[in-house]
Design a protein around this ligand. Structure first.
Ligand SMILES: *Cc1c(COP(=O)(O)O)cnc(C)c1O
Length: 454
C-alpha cells in the first residue's frame, strides 16, 4: 500500500462534475413537503413563488441520481476546492490510538464553512433566472456570510435578516457580510408586516431565527425579482453539499482506503448529508457497509430525543410542513455556543435514513465538545468551529474505543469550519462559565404537544 500523506489533495481535474442525489437510491423516499393550508404535497408551482425554478426542480426530484454541476459553479469551486482530506497523524499519536483518523476540512474560504458550497449554487440559479436578488435569514452569521460572497460574485442583491441579538453582539460577521455588499437588517425590523407586528407585541425583543425566516420569506414573496434561499435542511442543499462526500471518496479511493466509521455534526443535516452521500449510496445499493454517526448537541437533540413527525420548518409557521425528526417548531433550545446546530428539526432525507436504521446518532454535552476542540487544535493546528467540534468529540470517542480493543478502525469525520468568530464561546469555556444544560422530558413534551396534527 502507498504511503498515505498528511494531506490528500486532488487535482482540479478531479473536482466532481456532478452532484449526487442520494434520494435516487433510497427505497423509502423522504416524505414530501406539505402545504400548511391544504396539507397536500407542495407542487412545483407553489414552491416557485418562494424558491428559484431550477432549485424547485432539484428539491422535488427523488429519482435522478446525478445533476451536472454547471461550469460557472465549478469555476467558483476551483477557487477554494477541492478541499483537503487530512490524515490526523498528530491527533492519533497524541491519543495513542491504533485507529486511523481522517478529516475533510471545509474551512478554507472566507465564510469559514461548507455553506459556500450551496450558497454559490443557489446564487447561480437565481442569476440564471434573471432575478435581481435573494433574501435570507442568519443567526450566528455563517450562512449569511457565505451567501453574501456568492451574491457579490454573481452581482445579485443580497438581503440578510440577522437575529437582532447576534446583529448587536456579533458585529464581526455582520461587517464581513457588508464587505461583500449585502444589506444586513436586524430582525425583527420595521421593513416587513410580520416584523412590525412582532415589534408591536414584543417591544424590545432580541429576535429569533424563526422570526427572521418569516421576515426574509415575506420580503422575497412581496418584492419583484426576489426569491428566498435557505442554507440547510432542504434536499437541494444536501444535493449541493454532496461535493464534500464525492471529493472525500475520490481521495480515499486513490489510496485504497475504506472507512469503517463516518462522522459528521448535524444541525439541519446539510454537511452530514453531503459527506455521507456517496457512502450511503453504496450502502443503500448493498455494495458496502459503513457505520454512519450524526452528532448533535445534548441541548438540541433532534435525532436522539425528537419525534419523527410532520412539523413546521420555522417558528413563524409560514413555511411548508416537513416530516422529520423534530423537537417541535416552538422548541427554543438553551443558548448554546454551536449556533449552527440549534435547529429544532432535521433534513427529511437524513430523518428517513435514521428511521430506517441506516445511520446512528449521538448527542454530546457542550463542555465535552470544547474539550475535544482544544485537544484537536493543539495537535492539528486548526482552530475548529464549535459546530464542527461535535464531530471531533465523537471521532475521539470512537478512536479511544479502538485503543481499548486494539482495533485499527478507519474513521472519517467532517471538519465543517473554523472558529475564529466564536472566541466569546471559547472564553466562556476557559473561564469555567460554560454550562451543559440538557432539556428535561417535560420541556421536550411541551414542544411535542404543539406538533401539528397531520
Ligand atoms: C451551519 C454549520 C453547521 C451545521 O449545519 P448543517 O446544515 O447541519 O451542516 C455545521 N458546521 C458549521 C461550521 C456551520 O457553519
Amino acid at each position: 500500500m502507498k504511503d498515505i500523506p498528511y494531506k490528500i489533495y486532488l487535482d482540479e481535474s478531479e473536482l466532481p462534475k456532478n452532484w449526487y442525489n442520494l434520494r435516487a437510491d433510497m427505497k423509502n423516499k423522504p416524505a414530501p413537503l406539505l402545504n400548511p393550508a391544504t396539507l397536500q404535497p407542495m407542487t412545483a408551482a407553489e414552491l416557485s413563488g418562494v424558491f428559484c425554478d431550477e432549485l424547485v426542480t432539484q428539491e422535488l426530484d427523488d429519482t435522478t441520481p446525478y445533476f451536472e454541476i454547471p461550469e460557472e459553479i465549478r469555476d467558483f469551486y476551483k477557487m477554494y476546492r477541492p478541499a483537503p482530506l487530512v490524515r490526523a497523524y498528530c491527533l492519533e499519536k497524541k491519543l495513542g490510538t491504533p485507529a486511523k483518523i481522517y478529516y475533510k476540512f471545509e474551512g478554507n474560504n472566507t465564510s469559514g464553512s461548507h455553506k459556500l458550497n450551496s450558497a454559490i449554487a443557489q446564487a447561480y440559479y437565481a442569476k440564471k433566472q434573471g432575478l435581481r436578488g435573494v433574501t435570507t435569514e442568519t443567526g450566528a452569521g455563517q450562512w449569511g456570510t457565505a451567501l453574501s460572497m456568492a451574491c457579490s460574485y454573481f452581482e445579485l442583491d443580497c438581503k440578510v435578516y440577522m437575529v437582532k441579538v447576534s446583529y448587536e453582539q456579533k458585529p464581526f460577521r455582520r461587517e464581513v457580510m457588508r464587505v461583500y455588499g449585502a444589506s444586513v437588517t436586524p430582525s425583527p425590523s420595521m421593513e416587513t408586516e410580520v416584523g412590525r407586528k412582532i415589534l408591536q407585541e414584543h417591544p424590545g425583543t432580541s429576535g429569533s431565527l424563526g422570526c427572521a425566516i418569516s421576515e426574509a420569506v415575506e420580503m422575497a414573496t412581496h418584492s419583484e425579482g426576489y426569491r428566498y434561499v435557505l442554507g440547510s435542511v432542504l434536499n437541494q442543499v444536501l444535493l449541493h453539499q454532496s461535493i464534500i462526500g464525492l471529493e472525500t471518496k475520490t481521495a480515499l479511493d486513490k489510496y485504497g482506503i475504506t472507512p469503517d466509521i463516518i462522522i459528521g455534526c448535524a444541525g439541519g443535516g446539510s454537511n452530514l448529508g453531503g459527506l455521507i452521500a456517496p457512502f450511503m449510496g453504496e450502502k443503500l445499493r448493498g455494495e458496502k457497509d459503513y457505520r454512519i454517526i450524526a452528532v448533535e448537541p445534548a441541548s438540541c437533540p433532534s435525532f436522539t430525543r425528537g419525534k419523527f413527525a410532520y412539523d413546521f420548518c420555522d417558528t413563524g409557521m409560514v413555511c411548508p410542513l416537513a416530516k422529520m425528526y423534530t423537537l417541535g417548531s416552538g422548541f427554543i433550545p438553551a443558548p448554546n455556543h454551536a449556533g449552527g446546530l440549534r435547529y429544532h428539526g432535521m433534513s427529511t432525507t437524513l430523518s428517513q435514513l435514521y428511521d430506517d436504521g441506516l445511520m446512528e446518532a449521538v448527542s454530546v454535552p457542550q463542555t465535552a465538545v470544547f474539550e475535544a476542540a482544544e485537544q484537536f487544535a493543539r495537535v492539528e493546528g486548526i482552530l475548529p468551529a464549535p459546530e464542527s467540534s461535535h464531530a471531533i468529540r465523537a471521532a475521539i470517542d470512537e478512536a479511544m474505543k479502538c485503543k481499548e480493543t486494539g482495533e485499527e478502525k478507519t474513521i472519517v469525520f467532517g471538519l465543517t469550519g473554523t472558529g475564529y468568530f466564536d472566541m466569546l464561546a471559547y472564553e466562556k469555556f476557559h473561564n469555567g462559565k460554560m454550562d451543559d444544560y440538557v432539556p428535561t422530558d417535560a420541556e421536550l413534551q411541551a414542544g411535542f404537544n404543539k406538533l401539528p396534527k397531520v
